[in-house]
Design a protein around this ligand. Structure first.
Ligand code: ATP
Ligand code: MG
Length: 225
């Protein structure tokens, strides 16, 4: 069974509005490609999650509850995405165990977060590790991994490829302080390293990227291995 996991960043799904065009494009692109038998798709929280979290933060709600609220937002996004697929789960699994069971029954298993303290990036690497997927597509709002956050530093340099350890160093440097955005968190990169999962960080709006990775393991983003 050849399987692949896609971490679909909430940043490109839940924007000012729900990005239905992107959901449609991703589903039709994936449903055309037969190089893989099974697809795990983990959807992030995006604007929906961040709106609730930042509003409630003003009332000193504790981070564990904020995470729980964010997780529920990711599940709403995940459920919305399922409506564009056939041969897909209709209930959103809440654990990796349940998702791993479901993948036997469906070609596509779509989920959101699992528990407080874990980002959906971490969920996606754990899911990949569990089902033996050797590649993970991290589809997000930036077109690869840079030396620094490209939104803040104009001179940041983009990498074509990078080691797990160097990606972890960059992730640490960009994760200092609350409410930071980073291409992937340290835990997710550590899981990928121990499982030997090759990560492709791509602009998730560019359908050619998915096609080239799934067919040829090539992309214009960054490969972490
Ligand atoms: N070194 C870096 N290289 C690339 N992007 C970086 C880096 N450091 C920080 N970033 C930021 O990471 C952002 C992507 O992460 P973000 O969490 O915002 O999106 P997402 O993971 O797609 O969405 P969500 O977390 O809602 O699922 C980019 O917009 C970029 O500004
Ligand atoms: Mg993120």
């Amino acid at each position: 069974m050849r399987s692949v996991v896609i971490s679909l960043g909430g940043s490109i799904i839940s924007m000012e509005k729900l990005n239905l065009e992107l959901m449609k494009s991703v589903s039709s692109t994936l449903q055309k490609i037969n190089t893989y038998d099974k697809y795990g798709i983990v959807v992030g929280g995006g604007r929906l999650a961040r709106t609730y979290i930042s509003d409630l933060k003003a009332y000193n709600v504790n981070d564990n509850i904020l995470d729980e609220i964010g997780i529920n937002a990711t599940r709403i996004n995940a459920l919305a995405l399922t409506t564009f697929f056939d041969d897909v789960n209709s209930k959103i699994p809440t654990t990796i165990n349940d998702a791993a069971e479901m993948i036997h029954n469906y070609r596509y298993v779509i989920m959101g977060g699992t528990e407080p303290g874990h980002t959906t990036d971490t969920v996606s690497t754990l899911f990949a590790e569990r089902i033996g997927a050797k590649i993970l597509i991290n589809a997000t709002s930036v077109d690869g991994v840079y030396s620094e956050d490209p939104r803040k530093f104009k001179n940041a340099k983009k990498f074509d490829k990078i080691s797990y350890d160097d990606a972890i160093k960059i992730s640490v440097n960009n994760s200092i302080g609350a409410g930071t955005n980073v291409f992937m968190d340290i835990t997710s990169l550590t899981i990928a390293k121990r499982a030997g999962i090759k990560i492709f960080v791509i602009n998730g709006m560019d359908m050619d990227e998915y096609i080239n990775i799934l067919n040829y393991e090539r992309c214009n983003g960054t490969v972490i291995s």
